[in-house]
Design a protein around this ligand. Sequence first.
Ligand SMILES: O=C(O)C(=O)CO
Length: 359
Amino acid sequence: MWCGRVALRRLQRIAVSPLDISGHLANAVQREMSSLPRVYITRQIPPEGLKILRESGQVQFDIWDSDDVPVPRKELLKKVKGVDGLVCVLTEKIDAELLDAAGPTLKVLSTMSVGFDHLCLEELNKRGIRVGYTPDVLTDAVAELTVALLLTTSRRLIEATHEAKTGGWGTWRTLWLCGYELANSTVGILGLGRIGVAIAERLKPFKVKKFIYTDVAPRPELARMIDAEYVSMDELAGQSDFLAVCCALTPETKEICNKDLFSKMKTTSIFINTSRGGVVHQQDLYEALSSGQIAGAGLDVTVPEPLPTSHPLFTLKNCVILPHIASASYTTRNAMSALAANNLLLGLKGEPMIKELKM
Ligand SMILES: O=C(O)C(=O)CO
């Protein structure tokens, strides 16, 4: 359990002799510590966030001290009992069972993620629990990875390196490993937000001819930034040479990318998803890819995660699958951890968080 260094320094100034340290100071530290809000952190988050919490002098926290294995549900339910604040990542389901286990002391939840489909907002709202999350700081990293995944898929880089390494590289051939290029293409964005704009900004120098997007309603201020045209879902499917999914997973978007959408796409089009696996009907995607209904897919997210290595999607050469790494740069993960820590501290002080979910 950590208490703030600030509190410790204050107590050290009060101490008059080394002898005091063993007696009075220890008791005082104990008292000071136990009066601080209690926080549980469900993962060993990157160092910047932990440093902020340790040095704040505002909280005492307990942590699931591993990044390799998520905290077991049973342990989590035990650890949250009586906490004032909770820091979680996207692998923890924050539902009624967990909130009941935490009890009425829990006032602030801070998730180190931009996605919030792991949170039961209705239950959080019902209990008046404020929620912090981490948009914006990951936009560049996610956009960058999306472009990398798009090019890897459309120019068949994984197949190509495999062929080079395993003896498939014979003479130079005229149509061998040909793919699809961005120049003169139409790029469609499903769900235009900060990340969609950032992807388009990065793709523009590749001489994309046109950007189109669809969403629940037009988003003119964002669309203007990338000169994108608002179209219907059917038009998006029919016109896109590259279709990038950027929408949040909600009950409305669950499996929105299904047979109906894939059947309207061009046989030469590339489907890219770096948002959430749940927006895709995976069996329909498998069929679209294996039947040649669409040319290829690049996925950073799947259902479930991790996707079992025996999953049929792994058997397809035209499907590139990454293990949910879109925001995985050192800078971004540290920024997410720092933002999650600051959101938590502000929330516990009753102040507006830097990034708070409106519920
Ligand atoms: O933040 C999120 O929601 C992610 O998916 C990981 O960056």
